[in-house]
Structures are given as C-alpha cells and as structure tokens.
Write a protein that binds this ligand. Structure first.
Ligand code: COI
Length: 355
C-alpha cells in the first residue's frame, strides 16, 4: 500500500492508571484516517493527532446511517510483547459489513496495516494489568453532502484506539440477561450480520427497558417467531445443555463474531459435541429448570461472559446456581491465555506487533 503519512502530536497525553480503566471512554494520542472518492479509490492514508474532525451537517452518515465499524484488541503480555488478536479476520469482517452497506471494499491488508501502524505509534497506551487491553475501533462513514437516499460517493475510514478494562461492570462475574418477547434487533434479510450503527440503535430501547428491570443486557430472540435465540446486544450467545454446546447459526440475522469462531474452534478441538443450530427459548428454560444449563456470551469487548440469570415473560430463571460454569471458565482462561501469550496458540490467532 502507499506510505502512511505520520504527523505526531505535539501534546502527548498521559494514559490513565490501569486500575481506573472502564470501557470506551479514554482515547490515545493519534488516529488513522483515509479517504475514498469515486474514481480515485481509497487514498491519503495518514496518522494524525487524535481529535475531532468536521462533517457537513448534511453529511450522509448523519441522516441515513451509512456506516460500519469493527472492534478488536491488542494485549500486552508478561513477556513484554504486544499481540493483536485475529486482526486479519476483523479486517475481512469489516469488508463483509461494507458489502451490506454498499460501501466500497477496503483492502484487508491495508486495514491490518492501518491498525498495526496506529498501535505501534501509540503502544504506550496498551495497558499492563491482566484483564486490560487496547481496544481498536476501525470505522467507515459515508461523507457525501446530500439528502437524497442513495449510497454515498465519498467515505472516511478511520481508526481510534483506547485502553479498556472489563466491558461489563460485573467483570468476569455472571451477568443477568432478559430475553425480550417485545423488541427485536434484526431480521433475516436485513442488516443483522453487518456491524453497522443501525443494529446498535435498534437495540437501545429494549436494552433500556431491560436495565430498568435490573438486567445487564437483552437476549434477542428471532424477529419472526420470537422463539429462537439470536444474540445478546454486544455478544454472541452459547448454551451447554447436557453434553451439547449449542449456538445459533449464522443465518443473516446475527453477527459472525470472531470470538464466537474462536470458541467453536477450541470446543471442536477438545472433542466436544458442538451444534450451530436454532435453539428455542423453551428448550433453554427447560434445561435451566432441570439444572442442565450453562450459558455464556462471546465477544471482543465482553470476551467470555457467564450468564447467571435469565429473565423471560416476568419470570427469573437462575442458571448454574448463578455461578460461572466449568466450561465457561475454561474457555475464558484459554482465550485470555492465548491473547496474553501464556497459553499455546496452535491456530496462530495472536499476531505479534512488529512482525
Ligand atoms: C465488540 O465486542 O467489539 C463490540 O463491538 C461490542 C460493542 C462494544 C459494540
């Protein structure tokens, strides 16, 4: 790719203490930017000091939501190396999201290069404490100034990064989720498989309702029958019923999580019975009542998040005595071990910075 032009900040900030880190409220010293224009393609890759940029009020993304993003992390191992977790897979997923939103394809190698270059320059922002990481947010927005509804002819690709701790205030402790029979996130044939702003906007109202009821997140059921599990607001969902691990299939309504794929690969490697199939809320509740259920979410931000309680139609169902299940803990330890370089990485998921 063309050379990335670098303008370093004259006012570097001091990263906060690792002990204070939450999720998504602190950003580093620099950001990556690159523009697209029909006829010219993607051009002008550059790293500049982090800060606001200006957009015309009539800019397309602000009105019709033509935008996409992805999320991945960099980890500082005890060996001092910084590792990016599956950056190539995140770059390819960004492109798949671009496809759904009629956004011109980006070269995945260039996306990975933009991420590496930015993390390299801002590496002092990768926190040290176990459980912390540098969250990386590649984003594409439509920038053309117009109010007619059609795909934009110009775009901005940008990457921002910031140190984070646990996504949920519960940390690795079990969360409570509410299966909604009222609200839906996405429907097959729509945008559910894309990482686009619209899906998160669609989730806000239901999530607020759930939080009023004391739940951390919503478990979205399928939009047609309100019967089958789809996903949780910020993570894919998995259940273990007896010996079978089940997760909803990638049918177009849910996001193809990179952590989801990592977990399925690990489970299959451990010889476990894994099914990507529809699983109904009734099947899950029956297993909860029979004490045969373990449940967890998977996601870049959430990592592996145990579910300790499920709400549905005014009833509360405690899962696994409200405790983290044995398999959930093993998955967490293995994934986190690969990310920090303390566990073997036979699939080559953790990519060293500087290599
Ligand atoms: C992620 O896990 O990276 C996400 O994008 C979830 C969220 C914070 C929107």
């Amino acid at each position: 790719m063309s050379q990335i032009a670098i303008t370093r900040t004259q006012n570097p900030k001091t990263p906060p203490s690792d002990d204070t880190l939450a999720f998504g409220n602190v950003f580093s010293d620099h950001m990556f930017l690159m523009n697209y224009e029909d006829g010219k393609g993607w051009h002008d890759p550059r790293i500049v000091p982090y800060g606001p940029f200006s957009l015309d009020p009539a800019c397309c993304v602000l009105h019709y939501g033509q935008g996409i993003f992805d999320g991945l992390k960099a980890f500082r191992g005890q060996d001092g190396h910084i590792r990016l977790f599956r950056p190539g897979d995140h770059a390819r997923r960004l492109n798949r999201s671009a496809h759904y939103l009629c956004i011109p394809e980006l070269d995945p190698a260039m996306v990975e290069e933009s991420i590496r270059a930015l993390v390299e320059i801002d590496q002092k922002w990768v926190p040290h404490k176990p459980g912390t990481s540098l969250y990386i947010r590649p984003t594409v927005i439509a920038t053309e100034t117009f109010l007619g509804v059609h795909p934009s002819h110009t775009y901005l690709y940008y990457v921002i990064v910031g140190p984070v701790g646990a996504y949920y205030k519960e940390g690795m402790n079990p969360v409570r989720i509410l299966a909604s029979d009222q609200h839906v996130r996405a429907v097959k044939g729509g945008l559910g498989a894309a990482k686009t702003m619209a899906n998160y906007a669609a989730s806000l109202y239901g999530a607020e309702e759930a939080q009023k009821g004391g739940y951390t997140q919503v478990l979205w059921l399928d939009a047609l029958e309100h019967k089958y599990l789809d996903e949780v607001g910020t993570m894919n969902i998995m259940v273990k019923i007896g010996d079978e691990v089940i997760t909803p299939p990638l049918g177009g309504a849910i996001l193809a999580g990179v952590t989801r794929d990592s977990v399925l690969t690990l489970l299959r490697g451990w010889g476990m019975q894994v099914s990507e199939r529809q699983v109904s809320i009734d099947e899950v509740l029956a297993a909860a009542k029979a004490g045969r259920l373990e449940m967890w979410g998977t996601g870049t931000a959430a990592v592996i998040s145990p579910v300790g309680e499920l709400g549905y139609k005014g009833e509360r169902y405690v899962i696994n005595d409200g405790k983290t299940g044995v398999l959930t803990q093993k998955l967490y330890d293995t994934i986190v071990g690969i990310q920090y370089g303390t566990e073997p990485d036979p699939h080559g998921w953790a990519r060293l910075l500087g290599n």
